[in-house]
Design a protein around this ligand. Structure first.
Ligand SMILES: C[S@@+](CC[C@H](N)C(=O)[O-])C[C@H]1O[C@@H](n2cnc3c(N)ncnc32)[C@H](O)[C@@H]1O
Length: 158
């Protein structure tokens, strides 16, 4: 199985980029990881309301979902899972032969309702709102943690 992290915007904050790089490298020891970063829609022009930006980014994200993926949208109103449950879900996909799990992180204005509907499930990392850059780093750490749980390695000490 492969993972695709599909997201909007670059990691501009060095401490988050460093964290992402660290956990992405660790995660890649277990399975292939592809990261697709789309350009952030600018809010400069008259037409560029929050809805305009959200809709454009959602269309661009939807177009880049790899065919045949199981799609998980990252959304603060999504389902809260323990790390063990996330690991169990990923393990089930690995055992079922799912070719790709695509995890989508929205831009500054989040996902549209249409994109939420397109997702097979919605995952919340917390009830609190994070920046998309923070959500990306936290997601990588949780995916890495999930792999160590699946392999019964000592990183997840519980
Ligand atoms: C700044 S947030 C968008 C907030 C926006 N008001 C909304 O309603 O989604 C940018 C992106 O980061 C991710 N994100 C932020 N906080 C999250 C959380 N607690 N759980 C899961 N994803 C989160 C989501 O993918 C979200 O689309």
């Amino acid at each position: 199985m492969k993972l695709t992290i599909l997201c909007v915007g670059k990691l501009s904050l060095p401490f988050l980029k460093e964290g992402r790089d660290e956990y992405r490298q660790r995660l890649k020891r277990y399975l292939p990881v592809d990261e697709i970063e789309l350009k952030e829609e600018k809010r400069g022009g008259k037409k560029a309301t929050a809805d305009f930006v959200r809709n454009h980014e959602a269309e661009a994200l939807t177009a880049r979902i790899p065919a045949g993926s199981y799609v998980i949208g990252l959304d603060e109103k999504g389902r809260r899972l323990s790390s063990e449950k996330l690991a169990a879900n990923l393990e089930r996909h690995m055992n079922q032969g799912t070719a790709n799990v695509c995890l989508i992180i929205g831009g500054a204005y989040g996902l549209t309702e249409a994109l939420r509907q397109r997702c097979d499930s919605l995952l919340s990392l917390s009830d609190m709102t994070m920046t998309h850059q923070m959500a990306r780093m936290f997601l990588y750490e949780q995916l890495y943690r999930a792999m160590t749980i699946i392999r019964r390695e000592p990183y997840h000490n519980s």
